[in-house]
Design a binder for this molecule. Structure first.
Ligand code: GLP
Length: 245
């Protein structure tokens, strides 16, 4: 695992945006696994700027997102499809037909099966972007006694509902279940890039970068089994974690 410590969160976003631009420039028809959450938003802004400046062309890129809430339509401003359109797809020259976010409405088992198929359709992701939950969850694979390998419906933990309630009017509005890629889907990507910032992520990142322990109670620790993982954190978070480059 490569841990990159940057000067600032903005520098972390620039680092990851550069990685993605370099990949797309090298392989214009690459497949990207994308993530939601607050953390990648400024990074997506940098991709938009690069695209507008003519530095990167997304016209042949395919994308698959990690997860989607169950029970809210894609027109809902907290659905992950809405998030992706609003924060990235509407502002770059990607063909939206080549972007996939799991369906949140309808038959959840069928929606999970469709996501599972999309993970491998046309080959696995060349790069999978990840954020991380306060409890170490990646996508919506929650910290628990067991994890799942494939796409499935996950019941969200109290900690995740609490953390994500900042995006909703009230906590009761946060969906309690979600469709998510499984751990095997994430580990199938050729390269995994995780970006994290903020004190709330200290314990989760400590469990990821400070030892070789793998535990289902910090799902991100499973990334230690992948050959090509880059964890990008700013100096402030590295200091909180006690990580020395
Ligand atoms: C959600 C998403 C995750 C994301 C996490 C952290 O639970 N399903 O993919 O990593 O939130 O989000 P934030 O970046 O807002 O802290």
């Amino acid at each position: 695992m490569k841990v990159v410590v940057t000067e600032s969160y903005d520098a972390s976003c620039a680092y990851v945006a550069d990685m993605i631009c370099n990949l797309v420039n090298e392989k214009p028809n690459c497949k990207l696994g994308l993530a939601t959450g607050g953390t990648p938003v400024p990074m997506y802004q940098k991709l938009i700027e690069a695209n507008k400046a003519g530095k990167v062309d997304f016209s042949q890129v395919h994308t698959v997102n990690l997860d989607e809430y169950c029970g809210i339509p894609e027109t809902h401003d907290q659905s992950y499809r809405y998030f992706m359109n609003h924060n990235l797809f509407d502002h770059i020259n990607i063909d939206k037909a080549n972007t996939y976010v799991a369906k949140g409405m309808g038959d959840s088992a069928a929606n999970a099966a469709e996501l599972e198929a999309k993970v491998r359709e046309g080959g696995v992701a060349d790069l999978q972007l990840l954020g991380i939950g306060n409890n170490g969850h990646i996508a919506f694979n929650e910290a628990s006694d067991v994890l799942h390998a494939t796409a499935h419906v996950e019941t969200l933990t109290e900690s995740t509902i609490q953390a994500n309630s900042r995006f909703f009017e009230k906590k009761e509005d946060v969906p309690t279940t979600a469709i998510t890629m499984g751990m095997g889907d994430i580990l199938a990507a050729k390269c995994v890039v995780l970006i994290a910032t903020g004190a709330a992520k200290t314990d989760a990142i400590r469990g990821l970068v400070m030892d070789d322990v793998i535990t289902t109670h910090n799902p991100s620790s499973m990334l230690k089994m992948h050959e090509n993982v880059v964890v990008v954190i700013d100096k402030e978070l590295a200091d909180l974690v006690g990580y020395k480059a």
